[in-house]
Design a protein around this ligand. Structure first.
Ligand SMILES: [Fe+2]
Length: 448
């Protein structure tokens, strides 16, 4: 392929110029993630491995382990240059540098030439995610992966308009399952709606977004994974497959490309790499990763767990308590101690039923989102919902343990779905000297 790209599953793309792989994105090449809950939809072929390894540049969108996958990075040449979005902290950059790779942080909205006909720009955002825009000759490819557009919607729409619509592409997540879906009632019975309840709306929303951006072709990407733990395999029917997209896509103006394709950008032709889209369910196990549901937390671990959640001042207004059940033992953390005397029926709370090992790991590293996305932990809601506050504030903005406090955190939940970019360039509290809010809150200053 002279000029083009291919999709390798999940959010891994490889871009080519003059027959050579130049840039790979979010390489998840082997193994599992989210505590053994997610496996690849299908193993990579030797040619796909080779293409990623030969690419001189790798771009990582965000820190979720299906995008920043340490085991896969270990397979790459240490001469591979990592291009990273300008996230609010340098945590990912520090990690990648620590693995021995050269790192270049891409300033927001600035083009970076990669090869004679390929250049890219990166749009980081307060969801701790990022979008990559690639220009390949006279074509434009938008790699939205899992990211919302937030305040970049107008910028992206204007940019797309400069290109012939037939030569514009968007690769984006189409999923309902890549977030907490494992909802139970007070007796532990799953109450998640049937998969078909979620699928049409998710596909319609994506189709509408791609069409409104003026994009000509949607590329299935970022969603190709399977659930392989015995306590998460229940979520497999919730994955949105190629058949679901074909069935529910509502915008005929937008061409849709199936997963695992090679796209020749000069001809516009897409070639499928596999005879079928059947997922590899051979990886599903009858085990719960390295988690043992009989294990209990010791007193130190309970303290660490509660201290972790106490730091999120940003959720105090929206939640009264969090319950945790680990190894059959349940304890309550009062987020809002003044609510203790409220009538039980009026309290707003969330109960989590979690195995000890993975729970301790997310507390240690500060990424509770990994428990939510793994979909093996169970969640019980009482007079509240996860959005727009708990998940955005604790799992996204708080994910790197740097925004647990203050105005921007509180605003985030209100604005994330309104497409408003928070004080990006005005030295807001997200951009103030690192760790200042943590110091005031008496929190650890080391990255999570
Ligand atoms: Fe993600």
């Amino acid at each position: 392929m002279n000029l083009g790209f291919e999709t390798l599953g999940n959010a891994t793309l490889v871009f080519y110029d003059d027959q050579r792989p130049v840039l790979a994105t979010d390489p998840w090449l082997i193994g599992t993630c989210y505590f053994g809950s997610w496996g690849l939809d299908r193993p990579l072929t030797p040619a796909e491995f080779d293409a990623v390894r030969r690419a001189g540049y790798v771009w990582i969108s965000h820190g979720h382990p299906d995008h920043l996958h340490g085991e896969s990075l270990a397979l790459l040449s240490r001469e591979t240059k990592f291009l990273l979005p300008e996230h609010y902290t340098g945590e990912i950059a520090e990690f990648v540098r620590g693995q021995g790779f050269p790192v270049e942080v891409m300033p927001y909205r600035e083009w970076r030439q990669l090869s004679p006909r390929l250049r890219c720009l990166s749009l980081d955002n307060e969801n701790q995610d990022a979008i990559l825009v690639v220009e390949a000759g006279d074509c434009l490819i938008l790699n939205l992966n899992d990211s919302p557009l937030l305040g970049d919607r107008r910028f992206v729409r204007k940019l797309v308009r400069r290109y012939d619509r037939k030569k514009t592409y968007a690769a984006a997540l189409c999923a309902t399952d890549a977030d907490m879906l494992n909802f139970v009632d007070h007796e532990g019975r799953r109450i998640t709606e049937p998969a078909e309840h979620y699928k049409p709306g998710t596909v319609w929303a994506l189709a509408r977004q791609i069409d409104r951006l003026g994009i000509g072709t949607y590329v299935c990407s970022s969603s190709q994974h399977t659930y392989i733990r015995s306590d998460s395999a229940w979520a497999n029917p919730y994955r949105i497959t190629w058949a679901d997209i074909e069935r529910h896509w509502t915008r005929p103006e937008v061409r849709v490309l199936e997963p695992f394709v090679i796209v020749d950008l000069q001809s516009g032709e897409a070639t499928r790499k596999h005879p079928s889209q059947a997922s590899d369910f051979g990886q599903v196990t009858n085990r719960t990763g390295i988690d043992n549901y009989d294990e209990r937390l010791n007193e130190t671990e309970w303290t660490e767990l509660f201290d972790f959640f106490r730091q999120f001042e940003t959720i105090h207004r929206y939640l009264d308590y969090l319950d945790f059940t680990v190894g059959g033992e349940q304890r309550r953390l009062w987020i809002n101690p003044s609510s203790k005397h409220k009538d039980q029926s009026r309290l707003r709370g969330i109960g989590f039923y979690a195995p000890r090992h993975s729970l301790c790991e997310v507390v240690k590293h500060g990424y509770f989102d990994d428990m939510m996305i793994g979909n093996f932990m169970k969640t019980e809601l009482h007079n509240t919902t996860l959005y727009p506050y708990f998940t955005p504030l604790v799992c996204k903005l708080g994910g790197t343990r740097k925004s647990t406090h203050g105005l921007n955190g509180a605003l985030f939940g209100d604005t994330i779905f309104a497409g408003i970019r928070l004080a990006r360039s005005t030295g807001s509290c997200e951009r103030r000297p690192r760790n200042s809010s943590m110091l005031r809150a008496g929190l650890p200053t080391a990255p999570g």
